[in-house]
Design a protein around this ligand. Structure first.
Ligand code: ADP
Ligand code: MG
Length: 687
């Protein structure tokens, strides 16, 4: 029987209940999910090179003969196995960690192709954790692009490749839904070819062609839904007119700082909207640390003072908790009229029910939470304003969910994503844009350094020193736990390493997205209250987190992150009066990587970073490094694919002019696509 996108993964040969669980862990439940889980990169098996020709920190393959019996040595944490191999140009040392069994496999005299990252140390060449293949086996692999997928412990890339292959072989591909003229204008291939080739390309060119189609789909979906939203919003009258009351004036006056010019300006624009004729649909754009939160709370206070409810949505529970805690403090301190509740997905059913009741009765007038809060069960009494903080722009679906309940609240979106104006106009086309240009006065510019891994001990010493001076530090690692494929730093092991390396009085803790919400909250609270000195974390703390006493941000495997993301991470420090520091550690010290990361060294300005980033990456990169921020398209990259984004925007414009309701015969399949729930899976991750 043919598979469809809704078929269970269990229908695939080779996937039983045990491996199904692993796929579920990755959020892959159906065959459709599996096929939409695009490779994050491809592995190219390059032709072997001579040992003498090896260059530092590149992945290379070498045809070599084992010289000696491998030697294993048990260290404190690791068992290290070393062995020498040679070719006719020189010697290469192989190093394996925790693989003592290699002593039994690698026999002197045997010849293999060894492949791994090479370090050139003076006259000697070292390859760490190489994989090895028989020459015939390797020959079969060269020339083919091997897709690399995101994995979880227990699931290998090979298994994933096999599952995808099986799925593709009996998949009933959906009919092409884009009209032919659109395919040719956008210069894109058909959906079937694209879905196949993104996973199983026979050449790099095929992969690029496939990717272009899938990126177009994302942009097209996103832009079409956004234009619809724009038209819809424009028709909404202000159903919650407000007047300014003494509450907000008093709040501003009692703050320990004066609002910046930009903050004042934006606050005035918001007031004007909420007092005016039309429903507000506004974006506040301001670099990290520019002080967007206080402006949002002023708007929420104005809503509350006018007798309405306001809601604040955050992309993560950690951030929602932080907002809740802070507003509770401010309520006490400044006697604000907020009656807040917190609503996050991880609460027990009973807790949620209690909050729902308070919201429905109006006993609560400020609702703070993750997007769970706008789920069906929540009945608001008189919701007049929804603020979304960071990352998740207010999706069309969310607007629709509220509209279905008869709600047309004002909407305020806050973002720190620095995007060039031309792109902002396309991506935020349905929003009025307010900009906070300057940072609050008196902030010392963050000092940055971009370094290789040899600097690590020094960085740790530096952290030790900062902690001794009463400050705190973050260390970011790309992985939660040891991964299958990549040799990346992971949070759990790293915290352990730091604990033994730093003085015992320093409290080290770790945080990652897979932890229970209650644990995450506890750790964040402990960090905020200075019970933790060094927090080792994944990028869950990337957005919004505000602990002004933290002065060091150290990022491991910085080469793995996009510049925008690194800039966001940097924004976690430099939020108070003290001098702050950022240390970007890169495992890859190639010229390109160091040049790219060097941009962060040159400026602390997010807009500068974004535009330099754009300038540096030429088009044609098969996979740009994922950008974070609210435009986390699965595969498209607003910077790398800026040209295609503009073209998609023009195509959507023309479609909206010609046939906005998709009534023409040639648009029937497109219409079905948008109405049967296949589309709109892209931007609105917050749903
Ligand atoms: P972001 O724009 O990144 O969300 P926040 O709103 O979290 O930034 O503000 C960062 C820090 O700056 C907070 O500790 C906040 O209290 C403080 N802050 C906000 N506005 C001002 C101001 N005008 N002057 C001084 N500090 C401010
Ligand atoms: Mg913020």
């Amino acid at each position: 029987m043919a598979l469809t996108k809704d078929s269970s993964l269990l229908e695939l040969k080779g996937i039983g209940e045990k491996s199904q669980k692993l796929y579920t862990k990755l959020g892959l439940l159906t065959v459709g999910d599996l096929l939409r889980n695009f490779p994050k990169d491809y592995e190219r098996f390059e032709k072997p090179v001579k040992i003498k020709a090896l260059t530092n920190s590149t992945i290379s393959a070498v045809l070599g003969t084992v010289l000696t019996t491998p030697a294993s040595r048990k260290g404190k944490r690791l068992t290290i196995t070393t062995v020498n191999v040679k070719d006719d140009t020189g010697l290469l040392s192989l190093v394996f960690f925790n693989m003592p069994f290699q002593t039994k496999i690698l026999k002197p005299g045997a010849t293999y192709i060894f492949r791994g990252r090479v370090e050139v140390k003076g006259p000697s060449f070292v390859m760490e954790q190489p994989k090895y293949y028989s020459p015939a086996e390797y020959d079969r692999l060269t020339g083919i692009l091997q897709p690399k997928y995101s994995l979880t412990k227990g699931l290998t890339n090979q298994a994933m490749q096999k599952a995808v292959k099986t799925a593709l072989s009996s998949y009933a591909f959906p009919e092409e839904y884009l009209p032919a003229d659109m395919l040719s204008r956008a210069e894109i291939t058909d959906l079937k070819t694209a879905l196949h080739d993104i996973h199983l390309p026979t050449s790099e060119k095929d992969a690029i062609t496939a990717r272009r189609r899938l990126v177009f789909d994302e942009f097209f979906n996103f832009l079409f839904c956004m234009r619809k939203n724009k038209d819809f919003v424009a028709t909404i009258a202000n159903e919650y007119p407000m007047i300014e009351t003494a509450d907000t004036v008093r709040y501003v006056e009692s703050l320990p700082f004066r609002l910046t010019k930009g903050q004042k300006q934006v606050w005035a624009e918001i007031r004007e909207d909420m007092e005016g004729q039309r429903c507000m649909n506004r974006l506040i754009q301001g670099d990290v640390g520019s002080g967007k939160t206080i402006v949002a709370f002023l708007a929420l206070l104005m809503a509350v003072a006018n007798g309405y409810q306001g809601a604040l949505m955050a992309p993560t529970e950690v951030l929602a908790m932080q907002h809740y805690e802070n507003v509770c403090k401010d309520i006490k301190k400044y006697h604000l009229a907020f009656k807040p509740v917190l609503l996050v997905g991880s609460m027990t059913a009973k807790e949620k029910r209690e909050q729902y009741e308070k919201i429905a009765s109006g006993e609560a007038n400020l609702i703070i939470g993750t997007h769970a809060l706008i789920q069906e069960k929540v009945v608001f009494k008189n919701l007049a304003l929804v603020v979304t903080d960071e990352q998740h722009r207010f999706g069309v679906r969310q607007r629709e969910t509220l509209a279905e309940k008869g709600l047309r609240p004002h909407v305020l979106v806050m973002s720190a994503t620095p995007i060039p104006r031309t792109l902002a106009i396309i991506l935020y086309g349905d929003l009025q844009i307010s900009v906070i240009k300057e940072l609050p006065e008196g902030r010392l510019p963050i000092k940055n350094c971009v370094v290789g891994t040899s600097y690590r001990p020094k960085a740790w010493q530096f952290i030790e020193k900062q902690v001794a001076e009463g400050h705190q530090a973050y260390v970011i690692c790309p992985q939660v736990e040891e991964g299958e494929m990549d040799d990346l730093e992971n949070v759990t092991d790293y915290a352990e390493k730091l604990r033994s390396a730093l003085s015992p009085s320093i409290v080290v803790a770790y945080l990652h997205g897979k932890m229970k919400a209650a644990d995450k909250t506890r750790i964040m609270e402990d960090f905020a209250h200075k019970n933790i000195d060094v927090l080792v974390s994944t990028t869950v703390i990337e957005v919004g987190i505000n602990v002004p006493n933290a002065t060091v941000m150290m990022v491991e495997n910085a080469e793995r992150f996009g510049l925008a993301q690194l800039h966001q991470l940097r924004g976690r420090v430099g939020r108070g009066d003290a001098q702050s520091y950022c240390i970007f550690l890169s495992t890859n010290e190639s010229k390109e990587t160091m040049e790219r990361l060097g941009i962060l060294n040159r400026s602390n300005d997010g807009f500068f970073v974004a535009s330099e980033d754009l300038r540096l990456r030429g088009p044609g990169d098969l996979f740009g490094i994922r950008q974070s921020g609210e435009f986390s398209f699965h595969i498209g990259d607003i910077y790398n694919d800026a040209e295609l984004l503009k073209l998609s925007s023009d195509i959507v414009d023309d479609l909206m002019r010609k046939d906005p309701d998709l009534a023409l015969p040639e648009h029937q399949r497109l219409k079905a696509y948008f109405t049967d729930g296949t589309a709109n899976t892209v931007d609105f991750r917050s749903i």
